[in-house]
Design a protein around this ligand. Sequence first.
Ligand code: MG
Length: 250
Amino acid sequence: MVVLKTSRELAAMRDAGRISARALKLAGEAVEPGVSTWEIDRIVRRYIEGQGAVPTFLGYGGFPASACISVNNVVIHGIPRKDQKLRAGDIVSVDVGATYEGFVGDNAWTFPCGDVSSEAKALMDATRESLFEGIWAAQAGNRIGDIGSAVQRYVEARGYSVVRDFVGHGVGAKMHEDPSVPNYGTPGRGVRLLPGMTIAIEPMINAGGHTVRTLPDGWTVVTTDGKLSAHFEHSIAITKDGPVILTLPD
Ligand code: MG
């Protein structure tokens, strides 16, 4: 069931979104050669808890950390570790959620660690741009398939592939609500977008093939071919005046 939010609820979601966006920004500023993914997770947790909010991911389905940190060929759900030190040339996807006053903000960004290859930079640029293509397609009256097809068209034209096994989602009082928001699709198909809907759009884009697999830890999702993957996400609201990004730092 798709839950429409009142304007008061949207204001609360913007507060939760701001906290998760600021936590993500701090995480990005900490991405440097030699820093462990565990240290970045600590920064995220400390910031969110310092704001009187709760790290949404911590304990979610048993996830052991406050941020998912996914390096290079890891697509999503990477578990932060003390013994995983970032190296120059890595691309580092950080996914952060904060729950505040009963609402969730969910966002992700892929950060370069030091100088990265031109191939890595191009993948990150295309994935970020595809997120904004998807957001732009999220106009009231359009359908879910318009979002996915906008993302898919943008990245496939550049030779990349869209992960199929994981998708975006409605977001609100819970991190995962209806509807599902795939990053692929057919224009004009799927659930119609209505003012008051809040969704997380999150392209997961691979440099190689679209297939992924989950490692034996039950969380870490990697590309089957070992090639790079990038991930960008905003929580947004559908309004009669167009899409509004909820996960902005200010
Ligand atoms: Mg999400």
